[in-house]
Design a protein around this ligand. Structure first.
Ligand code: FES
Ligand SMILES: [Fe+2]
Length: 406
C-alpha cells in the first residue's frame, strides 16, 4: 500500500478519539485531503460497490466501465461466460484503456499507443517490443468481482470482504423479488457537489424527508414515529402472505465483531394506505416481480456494504450507489430494475418508473450541496443527531471504525 504519512495517522487517531458519539463528524473529515486519501485506502477501495446487474452484460464481449473514486474498472462478460473486472489502466504507460461507458467488443485497444487486450484482460498486441518482452506479465490487472443474486459487485482490493454470509442470508428475501431475473429499465447518474460521506449520511436518515421530499413523504412512512408506524405496518403484515411475501428482518449492518466482512440488512416497511408502489398516484408502474401474487403495499430496503442500497417495491427495484469522485464531489448512480420479460412502452414507461426517485434525488443533490457549503464554514460545529438519525449514527460509527483499522 502507499506509504501513509504518520502525521495523518496521528491526526486521524486524535480526531477519532475526540469524536463525540451521537454527534456529526468534525469539519476535517470533510475537508482534509490527507483524510480523503486514507478513506480511499481503508474504506472505499476495501469495500464492495454495486456495479450493475448481470443482464446488462448478456453476451460475451458486453462491457461497461465503472468508476469509483480514483479507480476505473472494465466489467466484461468474458469468453467463459463469467463476468470479470479489470483495472482500466494500460500496462504500457498507464493510460485509461477504455474510454467508452459501455458497449460490446472482442478487444480493448489503448488509445495512446495501441496496445490491445482481449476480453480476458490478456495483452494480445503491442508494436515494436523487444524479443524478450514478457507478454504474459502485461495483462490488465484483475479487479475483484462477484455477483450476488444477479447484482454485480466490484472491489478494488485483492483481499475483499467476505460475501458468503451476505449471499446466504439475503438469498431468501432476494428470491422473493427474483433478483436474478431483473433487467435495468433505466440508469441515471447524479453528480453531487459535496463530499461522499454527506451523500451517504443523507441517504441514511429520513429526518429531512417530511420537509424536503413532499412526494416521497406522502407515500413512504419511514418518518413516522414508532407508534404511528406500527399502525400502518400491521395491515401490510396481514396482506403479505397472500401476496407471496415473507416477513423477514435481517440486521447485519454492524461489522464491529466481524472486521473484514460486508455489512448487510433487509426489512420491509408499509407505504401509506392506497399506495401499491412508489409512483405518482400509487398505482403499479411495472408488472409484479418474481412470483408475487399481489400488492401488499410495502417497500423493502436492502443494504449491501457501505455504498449500495436497494429499495424493492412489489413491481420494481431502485438501486442507489453513492461513491466519491474526489474530496469535494460525489455521485449517486441509480438503476431502476423491472422483471426481465417486461416490455417498455407496453408493461412500463420509463418516465413513470423513474418519477419519484428522480425528483427525490434532485432535491437531495441540492440539500447535500448546501450541507457541504455550511460544513466548510468557520462557524461549523458538529451537532447532535435526532432519534430519527440513528442509522446515520451507526454509519458514522462504522466509518470511524474502518478508518482506524490498519
Ligand atoms: S499507455 Fe497504453 S499503449 Fe501506451
Ligand atoms: Fe433525501
Amino acid at each position: 500500500m502507499t506509504g501513509l504519512n504518520p502525521n495523518t495517522l496521528n491526526t486521524v487517531e486524535a480526531l477519532i478519539a475526540a469524536h463525540t458519539p451521537g454527534y456529526a463528524l468534525e469539519q476535517r473529515f470533510y475537508t482534509d485531503p490527507a483524510i480523503y486519501e486514507l478513506e480511499l485506502e481503508r474504506i472505499v477501495n476495501r469495500n464492495w460497490v454495486l456495479a450493475g446487474h448481470q443482464s446488462e452484460l448478456a453476451n460475451v464481449g458486453d462491457f461497461k466501465v465503472v468508476k469509483v473514486g480514483r479507480e476505473s474498472a472494465i466489467v466484461v462478460r468474458s469468453p467463459d461466460k463469467s463476468i470479470k473486472a479489470f483495472a482500466n489502466v494500460c500496462r504500457h504507460r498507464g493510460s485509461l484503456v477504455c474510454l467508452e461507458a459501455a458497449g460490446s467488443t472482442r478487444k480493448f485497444t489503448c488509445p495512446y499507443h495501441g496496445w490491445v487486450y482481449d476480453t480476458d484482460g490478456k495483452l494480445v498486441a503491442a508494436r515494436d517490443m523487444p524479443d524478450d518482452f514478457d507478454w504474459g506479465a502485461h495483462s490488465l490487472n484483475t479487479v475483484s468481482c462477484d455477483t450476488i443474486h444477479g447484482l454485480i459487485f466490484i472491489c478494488f482490493s485483492d483481499a475483499p470482504p467476505a460475501l458468503e454470509n451476505c449471499k446466504r442470508e439475503l438469498a431468501e428475501p432476494m428470491a422473493m423479488f427474483d433478483f436474478e431475473n431483473l433487467k435495468v429499465a433505466a440508469y441515471r447518474e447524479y453528480p453531487i457537489s459535496g463530499n461522499w460521506k454527506l451523500s451517504i449520511e443523507n441517504y441514511q436518515e429520513c429526518y429531512h424527508c417530511a420537509t424536503a421530499h413532499p412526494d416521497y413523504a406522502r407515500m413512504h412512512t419511514l418518518m413516522l414515529d414508532r407508534k404511528k408506524r406500527e399502525r400502518v405496518q400491521a395491515p401490510m403484515l396481514e396482506r403479505m402472505e397472500a401476496c407471496g411475501l415473507k416477513d423477514i428482518n435481517i440486521d447485519r449492518i454492524d461489522t464491529s465483531a466481524r472486521p473484514g466482512e460486508i455489512g448487510y440488512g433487509y426489512g420491509r416497511t408499509a407505504l401509506f394506505d392506497g399506495y401499491q408502489t412508489g409512483s405518482k398516484d400509487g398505482s403499479p408502474v411495472a408488472p409484479l416481480l418474481g412470483n408475487l401474487k399481489g400488492y401488499d403495499g410495502g417497500a423493502s430496503d436492502f443494504s449491501l456494504g457501505a455504498f449500495s442500497f436497494l429499495l424493492a417495491y412489489s413491481d420494481h427495484v431502485v438501486a442507489y450507489v453513492f461513491t466519491p469522485v474526489d474530496l469535494n464531489n460525489s455521485r449517486c448512480d441509480i438503476y431502476w430494475l423491472v422483471r426481465a420479460n417486461a416490455v417498455e412502452g407496453k408493461d412500463y414507461n420509463v418516465d413513470e418508473l423513474v418519477w419519484l426517485w428522480d425528483i427525490t434525488t434532485k432535491a437531495d443533490k441540492t440539500i447535500i450541496a448546501n450541507n457541504f457549503k455550511g460544513v466548510r464554514s468557520r462557524y461549523y460545529k458538529p451537532g447532535p443527531f435526532s432519534g430519527m438519525e440513528r442509522n446515520e449514527k451507526r454509519y458514522v460509527d462504522w466509518l470511524l471504525q474502518e478508518l482506524a483499522r490498519p
